[in-house]
Design a binder for this molecule. Structure first.
Ligand SMILES: Cc1cc2nc3c(=O)[nH]c(=O)nc-3n(C[C@H](O)[C@H](O)[C@H](O)COP(=O)(O)OP(=O)(O)OC[C@H]3O[C@@H](n4cnc5c(N)ncnc54)[C@H](O)[C@@H]3O)c2cc1C
Length: 289
């Protein structure tokens, strides 16, 4: 049984920060509850108060301002998947959001919850890495902007303090010519957490003969998310031929082994992540810029 707890549903960010500041580590933020309620049922989380952030208007908005796209932390996967703005400027993210769970999960689960839950398999995180996203972290003490990669401490752990909340995630609108792709592998297409996923953004040089710029990230292969710089440098400035793609794919699996060590699953995961990466790269190359 879930032990009793207080519940508050502030309507402003200031009020949410005040309540968080007052309760500190005894409180827990809840958005869609699709991860948290499971932890409550298992007894892994035992908050004395749940602070529901879904009634705070600025956490529910998707906006375009100052050359950036801002997504409130309580925006749902369903809203992201169907947002014209994100489809236009961050398609890799709207595609990933459309894969999360099922319609019911996408209607409840939020991008903020997906990030702060910090599962290595979370679908939105590698797309956000290649979009160079930044998180806006807010508390009673003020506001800080943190590159998303710096928010993660380990699997299911972030660097957020108990009195801090994630208010918004933003990424720069990409210059024209960028194209991207997200691919995931799971036991089933719906209602299954990804075994592995890959996100790629790239821009071809004029003439389409070589890759001018490329960003690569992968989900569920390393304890914390990051860009795969070695694989990026293999491809940057080169034509995307089979040999170069293979070399970059090997860099990606090598990176996985370096970060996660050799495990019983490595014999399966290494060739599969290489194949997924090549599929993702081909898909990105076929996209219309
Ligand atoms: C059946 C099922 C299928 C699923 N399938 C997928 C899938 O395919 N892909 C995938 O990536 N995930 C999947 N999930 C996991 C989950 O739905 C997502 O991670 C979702 O985005 C979590 O968001 P939420 O709003 O429900 O978070 P919550 O459960 O409300 O919160 C999760 C954590 O984040 C914290 N939190 C939430 N919002 C904030 C905030 N603004 N600031 C600070 N902390 C915050 C909470 O305190 C809690 O620790 C699935 C879950 C279920 C139950």
């Amino acid at each position: 049984m879930i032990p009793p707890f207080e519940y508050q549903s502030p309507e402003t960010l200031t009020e949410a920060c005040r309540v968080l500041g007052e309760w500190g580590p005894r409180g827990k933020i809840i958005a869609g509850g699709t991860d948290l309620v499971i932890s409550l049922r298992k007894g892994e989380a035992r908050p004395q108060i749940l602070i529901d952030v879904t009634r705070i208007p600025e956490l529910r908005r998707i906006e375009e301002a100052g050359g950036k796209i801002g997504i409130g932390a309580a925006v749902t996967h369903g809203e992201i998947a169907s947002s014209k703005l994100i489809q236009r400027y961050g398609k890799v993210l709207s595609d990933a959001a459309s894969w999360v769970g099922s319609p019911q999960i996408r209607n409840l689960g939020t991008i903020g919850g997906n990030i702060v839950n910090a599962s290595p398999a979370a679908d939105t995180i590698s797309p956000l890495m290649v979009l160079e996203a930044v998180g806006r972290v807010v508390s009673k003490k003020g506001v800080t902007e943190v590159p998303l990669a710096e928010l993660f401490r380990g699997p299911y752990q972030t660097n957020l303090k108990p009195d801090e909340l994630l208010a918004q995630i933003s990424f720069p609108k990409l210059p024209s010519g960028f194209r991207g792709s997200f691919v995931r592998l799971a036991r089933r297409e719906a209602m299954a957490i990804a075994r592995m996923s890959v996100a790629v953004m790239l821009r071809m040089a004029r003439g389409e003969d070589r890759i001018e710029e490329i960003r690569i990230s992968a989900g569920a292969v390393t304890p914390t998310p990051h860009r795969i710089a070695e694989a990026e440098s293999v491809l940057r400035g080169k034509p995307p031929d089979e040999e170069t793609m293979k070399k970059a794919a090997q860099c990606l699996s090598g990176n996985m082994v370096r970060w996660s060590g050799v495990r019983p699953s490595t014999v399966y995961k290494a060739p599969v992540v290489e194949a997924l990466f090549r599929r993702c790269l081909r898909q990105a190359l076929e996209e219309k810029p």
